[in-house]
Ligand binder design. Sequence first.
Ligand SMILES: [Ca+2]
Length: 132
Amino acid sequence: MRANVQRARVAAAAAAIGLLCAGFSAPAQAEPNSSAERSAALQRADENCGNGEICFWHDRNYSGTPWRWTPGSGYRDMPSNLHDHVYSFKANASGCFIDWNPQEKRAVSNGDYAKAYDTNFGKRIDAVGPTC
Ligand SMILES: [Ca+2]
């Protein structure tokens, strides 16, 4: 009986870790309510983020002026206002988001985006680089 409980706890922990890992690659977690709303937000993001760039916004919904990074600029610490505070992003290039302590890296692919990234790694990000 005790072994069964322990096994169930391990399974629950594994499931939780799996959900955490899956959270990033599934931008649907931060989806707005309607597809029209989603399109408008993404269109605003695209208007402010060029091909080959990853763009970082301090606020949700791609509001305001993004900080734009390209893989060619290499490893960069996030600007101070975006340190642990990227509440939305759009990736038109691949890259790697980095948290220093505890160190954790998240691979980002061209086409990834998050409208409310504060629910995920956006409260931890410290730097960005071309590869993980
Ligand atoms: Ca951090």
